[in-house]
Design a protein around this ligand. Structure first.
Ligand code: FES
Length: 150
């Protein structure tokens, strides 16, 4: 992992803070998340505090701070899905897999995020697992759906 970070950092001049976002994007792309170790290395390279880096990175949903799970769940909480009980489903989902948005389950099976709209509002409430849309979700359907993933 350290070698990957080093090869990324080598492409960006030291102490130039305008490179923060491009560096974070490269790390996210190569490693799948922004680890503590990566944050420390970026901090040294750009002479920025770790809290500043964390503050910037956490502003953008594209950056993750946990390793991705084997399956990525995106729960839609856009208007259509919200009206159809998206929040309720999210709570059921959190209880079922034991994590909240932004986290990865301990067994590494699922990571969870909330999104604003998945573009299929007529099918609300909707969630996406990996690249599959699961439409007109209910708590019962949710349990059955999760069981099909290993
Ligand atoms: S609001 Fe959920 S798919 Fe559009």
């Amino acid at each position: 992992m350290a070698d990957t970070i080093q090869s990324i950092l080598k492409k960006f001049r030291q102490n130039n803070q305008s490179f923060l976002i491009p560096i974070l994007q490269s790390v996210q792309e190569k490693e799948g998340f922004i680890s503590k170790a990566a944050t420390e290395r970026i901090s040294e390279h750009l002479r920025l505090s770790k809290s500043h880096i964390y503050g910037v990175a956490s502003f953008y949903s594209q950056f993750k701070f946990n390793p991705p799970g084997r399956h990525s769940i995106k729960m839609c909480l856009g208007t259509a899905c919200h009206v159809q009980g998206g929040d309720f489903l999210l709570h059921a989902l959190e209880a079922e897999i034991g994590i909240i948005p932004g986290e990865t389950s301990e067994d590494g099976k699922f990571d969870l995020d909330r999104v604003a709209c998945l573009g299929c509002c007529a099918l609300a409430p909707v969630l996406m697992i990996d690249n599959t849309i699961h439409s007109r979700m209910s708590v019962i359907k949710l349990k059955e759906t999760l069981e099909t993933y290993d």
